[in-house]
Ligand binder design. Structure first.
Ligand code: PGA
Length: 248
């Protein structure tokens, strides 16, 4: 049992989203997994209502604003996302951090907003190549995690973590299973210290960054890897299906 999540980024208009679901069938080998798709916000409602979508494929939003409503042109709130079928929210994806200047403080506010409206946050953390080469992986991912955790109100609240090394996203480079296991272990230890052993054991930590059908099996087998967050390969129902099947 693993969490297999597809982040469609700025791909898949409403009609294309429904076409994807028509071509994505969950067979027996895939059925034990929790399957999530994060369409662009404008396609959420179409994905939610699409008759071809197996209801076992759950939906999430790629980003939320931390306020519920107001003068924030172009933004979407967690309460709005929940009203069009989102059950999850990606928070702090590295593209948000790098291209849109999202800070750890904003990420923490977004985690709080998601939880307030019943969305399960998927908190994304990850180091850049420069930070990795400087030996700062643990320092960077823990400081990203620590601030986000200040928004978890009680140990019962469900949230997920996605470890996505920035240098592995969309580049064809993947962390080795050992690198992933190391970072995931570091994150889980911190969860244990901060929130307790039960939450640490239960919280799924996903790996993301150039996951493909060809490398999914070895990544998913790594220690402390509870699932994957897939960008490019999630746009194709066949490859997304193969990765889901690899999780068994
Ligand atoms: P990728 O993206 O699989 O295309 O590398 C992963 C992500 O950004 O979530």
């Amino acid at each position: 049992m693993a969490v297999i999540a597809g982040n469609w980024k700025m791909h898949m208009a409403p009609e294309e989203a429904c076409t994807f679901f028509g071509a994505f069938e969950i067979d027996e080998m895939m059925a034990n997994n929790e399957i999530l798709i994060f369409p662009p916000a404008i396609s959420l409602l179409a994905a939610y209502k699409c008759e071809d979508r197996d209801p076992r494929v759950q939906l999430g939003i790629q980003n939320v604003h931390w306020e519920d409503r107001g003068a924030f042109t172009g933004e979407i709130s967690a309460v709005m996302a929940a009203s069009v079928g989102a059950s999850y929210a990606l928070v702090g994806h590295s593209e948000r951090r790098q291209l849109f200047g999202e800070t750890d403080e904003q990420v923490a506010l977004k985690v709080a907003a998601a939880l307030r409206h019943g969305l399960i946050p998927v908190i994304c953390v990850g180091e850049t190549l420069e930070e990795r080469e400087a030996g700062r992986v643990n320092e960077v991912i823990l400081s990203q995690l620590d601030l986000a955790l200040t928004s978890i109100p009680d140990p019962e609240a469900r949230f997920l973590i996605a470890y996505e090394p920035v240098w592995a996203i969309g580049t064809g480079k993947t962390a080795t299973p050992m690198d992933a296991a190391g970072a995931h272990g570091t994150l889980r230890n911190r969860l244990e210290q901060a929130i307790g052993a039960t939450t640490a054991a239960r919280t799924e930590i996903l790996y993301g960054g150039s996951v493909q059908p060809s490398n999914a099996t070895e990544i998913l087998a790594a220690q402390d890897v509870d699932g994957v967050l897939i960008g490019g390969a999630s746009l194709n129902p066949q490859s997304f299906g193969e990765i889901t099947r690899a999780a068994g």
